[in-house]
Design a protein around this ligand. Structure first.
Ligand code: NAD
Ligand code: ZN
Length: 379
């Protein structure tokens, strides 16, 4: 391509300060270095993690920065040593990577790559610590190694999943993060058998992804638990069969669920980030075989407290990162699930905005109106 090896000037949505609206700026994007690829982003979507680090409450703020980590695009050029990707490939950048060589990547059981595991503090590329984005020679920091709120971005090749070129990028871009986290938590970790019951704590995008996993697995009952009853109507469209609001009950919700299910659910998936919900999700599974999976990210000082007897009675507690999916190896398969109509993605997409109105996507999420808002680049 004519741009190979050249600096590309394009539009990016720059966060100059914490909590202030993003500003569309012209940025310079340097060519990809060793083990990096430069990607033309076509569609991106907004996830809570972007909003959380943009608000920068309780973290070391790093600005100016280009956020964004759920996206779909096409490889423009590749750097030295990249052999598995080439210009024209359709790809999803992923916030966590797979180097292929470390003990985690070599293990069938782990997706927590030593080299490319999620790093929220890093503002440059691993290769040289530098940013590939600049404005008038001043660096603009990366976010999660993806920075997809830019028409072009540079990503480590270990964080790039090559997908079926026939897959519509305006839909499958949401497979990059939240949807897969919830889906994989159910399908890869909780692993309900056909006909079993599954409780989902938290009916945000991640919880709805978990519910979609339960639907695909053929769960007989999918019980949604949330403090926010406004989420219940929407959840029903995702196959959630019953909804419970802990605020409507005087008894602990574990007991309510045990009464609804003759002793407890077969599986539960916690997608709230609340430690109380984590404990409840564990204690509401049936003794003898119940499995609970934690997905939500707790607060720094949280501690999980339950009576050890709950374990002795043969309940299992697990946790997962990114639904146990290995980004490069497994994510193309999630896209295939959509292509063969097993996985429904459309229902997750509630809003669409042109890139020029990206701040609206933040408004929709902050008001709790959206599950996913697709941002169309070049518009
Ligand atoms: P969200 O805020 O959209 O949804 C969370 C829902 O949980 C809300 O509807 C809220 O009302 C509900 N809730 C909160 N506390 C509750 C409680 N005690 N009982 C019942 N319901 C409760 O969030 P999301 O984007 O869907 O993300 C969910 C969680 O998953 C977050 O903690 C996020 O950080 C985490 N996450 C984890 C991974 C991972 O790899 N483990 C990846 C992405 C996101
Ligand atoms: Zn690795």
């Amino acid at each position: 391509m004519s741009t190979t090896g050249q600096i590309i000037r394009c539009k990016a949505a720059v966060a100059w300060e914490a909590g202030k609206p993003l500003v569309i700026e012209e940025v310079e994007v340097a060519p990809p270095q060793k083990h990096e690829v430069r990607i033309k982003i076509l569609f991106t979507s907004l996830c809570h993690t972007d909003v959380y680090f943009w608000e920068a409450k309780g973290q070391t703020p790093l600005f100016p920065r280009i956020f964004g980590h759920e996206a779909g695009g096409i490889v423009e050029s590749v750097g030295e040593g990249v052999t598995d990707l080439q210009p024209g490939d359709h790809v999803l950048p992923i916030f966590t990577g797979e180097c292929g060589d470390c003990r985690h990547c070599q293990s069938e059981e782990s997706n927590m790559c030593d080299l490319l595991r999620i790093n929220t503090e890093r503002g440059g590329m691993i290769h040289d610590g530098e940013s590939r984005f600049s404005i008038n020679g001043k660096p603009i920091y990366h976010f999660l190694g993806t920075s997809t709120f830019s028409e072009y971005t540079v990503v480590h090749s270990g964080q790039v999943a090559k997908i079926n070129p026939d897959a519509p990028l305006d839909k499958v871009c949401i497979v990059s993060c939240g949807l897969s986290t919830g889906l994989g938590a159910t399908l890869n970790v909780a692993k309900p058998k056909k006909g079993q019951s599954v409780a989902i704590f938290g009916l945000g995008a991640v919880g709805l992804g978990a519910a979609e996993g339960a639907r695909i697995a053929g769960a007989s009952r999918i019980i949604g638990v949330d403090f926010n009853s406004k989420r219940f109507d929407q959840a029903k469209e995702f196959g959630v069969t019953e909804c419970v609001n802990p605020k409507d009950h005087d008894k602990p919700i574990q007991q309510v669920i045990a009464e609804m299910t003759d002793g407890g659910v077969d599986r539960s998936v916690e997608c709230t980030g609340s430690v109380q919900a984590m404990i409840q999700a564990f204690e509401c599974v049936h003794d003898g075989w119940g499995v609970a999976v934690l997905v939500g990210v707790p607060s720094k000082d949280d501690a999980f407290k339950t009576h050890p007897m709950n374990f002795l009675n043969e309940r299992t507690l697990k946790g997962t990162f990114f639904g146990n999916y290995k980004p490069k190896t497994d994510i193309p398969g999630v896209v295939e699930k959509y292509m063969n109509k097993e996985l429904e993605l459309e229902k997750f997409i509630t809003h669409t905005v042109p890139f020029s109105e990206i701040n609206k996507a933040f408004d929709y999420m902050l008001k709790g109106e959206s599950i996913r808002c697709i941002i169309t680049m070049g518009a």
